[in-house]
Design a protein around this ligand. Structure first.
Ligand SMILES: Cc1cc2nc3c(=O)[nH]c(=O)nc-3n(C[C@H](O)[C@H](O)[C@H](O)COP(=O)(O)OP(=O)(O)OC[C@H]3O[C@@H](n4cnc5c(N)ncnc54)[C@H](O)[C@@H]3O)c2cc1C
Length: 303
């Protein structure tokens, strides 16, 4: 009982500390000349908008109400948010498309979530076959925008609402991966805000240590990426086929062997690069395998 009371007191004083830090964070934003509305959001300041922004799709997880949301509109605003948070002793968590299976982008009652929903710009350079994409852009919008500018493609996944931020920094795999590699393999430059609020442009020549670290370590560790530059590919006439088959689990060894042969054949020039994208163990000792392969289109470039 005494232990419980002590824990309760500790958590109350922690909450008060976070509340005081949040006031300092808010004052700092105002001092930097930013309007609080619509960049700074708490449950108290706008309960309806807070509920919308705080939507958590995974009902298996406990609902979290973060201390506040910070909704930047540009890299310089992210810099102010990070700097003010540091000066106010507040931890921040970036959120792009909110699809973290584990809820890593949801923050907690002492953290401010930097939510990229107001940063979804997609700028395609058709001549260069590249695109600059802000961290909050969602996969379906990116595919559409890029296709509409000259039938170009980008290797993303199959879920339309996954955000480019978490997806790409986590590697990012999908139907195009066998032909073009992971999503992160196709990133040629990023803009990253570090823990002290400084923004870095990173690529293979400039700040290359940060560039390679961001390409290997996973999302949410090195810094907050505000925009990505991707190389694109010609996607006209490209066809993706899914093949789903179920087998008796006793045939696993033969299936694996056949798959190895297929992979070797499929990656030969002119064939169809293939990924085994799903293996499920179903009922009645069945194994369900999904293969995805790409038939190269007319304008399909060589890797
Ligand atoms: C329905 C569904 C389908 C999926 N399909 C695929 C698939 O086909 N292929 C695949 O590879 N993955 C797939 N995933 C997994 C998905 O790629 C990861 O969950 C990814 O982290 C989601 O990115 P997000 O920006 O939407 O998520 P968020 O929840 O916003 O972020 C996820 C993580 O990245 C961090 N983060 C977010 N933005 C930034 C940023 N700008 N800078 C630094 N860190 C950041 C967050 O703090 C958090 O730790 C799928 C997930 C779901 C829920």
């Amino acid at each position: 009982m005494i232990i419980f009371q002590l824990l309760l007191l500790a958590s109350l004083s922690e909450q008060q500390k976070c509340g005081r830090s949040l006031n300092a964070f808010k004052d700092c934003i105002v001092r930097q000349g930013l309007p609080l509305d619509p960049i700074f959001l708490t449950k108290e300041s706008n309960p309806t908008l807070y509920a919308t922004v705080n939507h958590q799709w995974n009902l298996r997880l406990v609902q979290i109400d973060p201390l506040a949301y910070f909704l930047p509109t540009s890299t310089s605003v992210v810099q102010i948010g990070v700097k003010c948070a540091k000066d106010s002793n507040i931890r921040v968590v970036p959120k792009s498309g909110s699809h973290s299976f584990e809820g890593y982008s949801f923050g907690d009652s002492c953290k401010v979530v930097i939510d990229f929903r107001s940063m979804r710009r997609i700028e395609v350079n058709q001549r260069e076959k590249s695109a600059i994409i802000e961290a909050g852009a969602l996969s379906a919008d990116i595919y559409k925008e890029i296709w509409e500018v000259g039938f170009l493609g980008i290797p993303l996944g199959g879920c339309p609402s996954v955000g480019i931020g978490g997806f790409t920094l986590g590697g990012g795999t999908g139907s195009f991966a066998a032909a073009y590699g992971l999503s992160i393999d196709n990133v040629v430059e990023m803009t990253m805000v570090a823990a002290d609020g400084i923004a870095y442009q990173v690529n293979a020549e400039k700040n290359d240590d940060l560039f390679w670290a961001l390409r290997g370590v996973g999302a949410g560790y090195i810094g907050i990426v505000t925009e990505f530059k991707f190389k694109l590919f010609d996607a006209a006439n490209t066809k993706i086929t899914w093949l789903v088959n179920s087998y008796d689990v006793k045939q696993s060894a033969q299936i694996w062997e056949a798959y190895q042969e297929w992979i070797t054949w499929s990656n030969e020039d002119g064939n169809a690069p293939t990924t085994m994208s799903r293996i499920n163990f179903g009922r009645k000792s069945q194994i369900l395998i999904r293969l995805e392969f790409i038939k190269k289109g007319k304008n399909f470039p060589k890797n």
